[in-house]
Design a protein around this ligand. Structure first.
Ligand code: NAD
Ligand code: TYD
Length: 339
């Protein structure tokens, strides 16, 4: 492994992963391949911009010609596919791009990896592919995929394609299924950066429904370490769950966030729930732990660290929130907050 194509590398987790890998492996080259949708942002990669081991290519993973040209130009041996439309609420408003990128795009990447004989294809997946998980149970990797939102269904479809390429063509694949990531450079549509930046500005925090939904909030660099481990020690054809094994209700997350930023609870606003909102995700992480991974942050530590980053990095998020984001915010929250 030497020349790694990181699709979606200008997004939140992908950019954190690129910076982490450049720091850890002096002899790896990281080639970011990204369409730069609303969620892609080269500001995330400023710390890499002068590094001769980092290259950026603007391209769509659904475009087989540019994908193959890039693989050949940079002598790519490994693809890590972070590229996706990633926000559940947007998938409810308009699923089209979700299906195109995760289904068609994953197919294009798998086909390129097969035709050009790459060493490894790694798929970044999510706990949402398992669907809502009842209290008392945690998903294991062999569980059936029962996605419930268009986003989750698009991601589950990609996982199935990846498995099919392993079984049919013996393509050397691995999959990681991560829980909710939080940390620097997360687009402020996701709950943590949305709530942190709203709180900083004294704006309401729109909590869906009763806020008793359960998530595993994990620090993004912990997730990156686990991906790195699976790349180097994971078994081909296998999926690995990556989470904190510590579930937290959204209301608890909000309280930790507000306390960290020294903001009042009166900013909390319960609004109309998300349709089909999964109440609970929970991952059994025995398999990744057996490879030698443990998260370095508890969820509470991850929330505090993330809140402080947003407090200290207005340069990064304020221009996003003042741009096209305003239109999305009005569409998603205008009526909810007016009620
Ligand atoms: P993000 O939305 O911040 O970034 C996605 C990136 O993909 C952007 O840079 C975007 O420009 C790029 N992209 C989108 N469509 C593309 C296309 N057709 N061709 C090329 N590039 C394209 O997302 P994220 O939160 O960093 O998530 C990255 C991956 O991790 C996704 O696959 C997501 O499903 C998965 N995941 C996310 C979380 C989470 O909590 N954010 C948890 C588990 C798994
Ligand atoms: P989100 O960050 O969208 O991640 P996901 O839906 O993929 O888990 O949301 C995390 C949790 O926060 C989820 O239970 C939905 C909830 N949420 C709100 O209550 N209000 C919001 O404005 C958003 C964006 C999310």
């Amino acid at each position: 492994m030497k020349n790694i194509l990181v699709t979606g590398g200008a997004g939140f987790i992908g950019s954190n992963f690129v910076l982490y890998m450049l720091d850890k492996y002096p002899d790896y080259n990281m080639i970011v391949y990204d369409k730069l949708t609303y969620a892609g942002n080269l500001d995330n990669l400023l710390d890499a911009s002068d590094d001769p081991r980092y290259h950026f290519v603007r391209g769509d993973i659904c475009d087989p010609v540019t994908v193959e040209e890039t693989i050949q130009k940079y002598d790519i041996d490994t693809i890590i596919n972070f590229a996706a439309e990633s926000h559940v609420d947007r998938s409810i408003l308009d699923p089209d791009a979700f299906i195109r990128t995760s289904v068609n795009g994953t197919y294009v990447l798998l086909e390129a990896a097969r035709r050009l004989g790459l060493e490894r294809y790694h798929q970044i997946s999510t706990d949402e592919v398992y669907g809502h998980i009842p209290d008392g149970y945690s998903s294991v990797e062999s569980d059936p995929l029962e996605p419930r939102s268009p986003y989750a269904a698009s991601k589950a479809s990609a996982d199935l394609l990846v498995n099919a390429y392993f079984v049919t063509y013996n393509l050397p694949v691995t999959i990681t299924r991560g829980s909710n990531n939080i940390g620097p450079y997360q687009y402020p549509e996701k709950v943590l950066p949305l709530f942190a930046t709203n709180a900083i500005d004294g704006l309401p925090l729109p909590v869906y429904g009763d806020g008793r939904q359960k998530r595993e909030y994990q620090y993004v660099i912990d997730h990156c370490e686990a991906i790195d481990l699976v790349l180097h020690k994971g078994e081909l054809g296998h999926a690995y769950n990556i989470g904190t094994a510590e579930e937290m209700e959204n209301m608890t997350m909000v309280e930790i966030l507000l306390d960290t930023l020294d903001k009042p609870r009166s900013l909390i606003r319960h609004v109309e729930d998300r349709p089909g909102h999964d109440r609970r995700y929970s991952l059994n992480t025995t398999k990744i732990q057996a490879l030698g991974w443990q998260p370095r942050h508890t969820s509470a530590e991850a929330i505090r660290k993330t809140a402080v980053w947003y407090r200290d990095n207005e340069w990064w998020w304020r221009k996003i929130k003042e741009g096209d984001f305003k239109e999305y915010y009005q569409l998603q929250y205008g009526e909810r907050l007016a009620k």
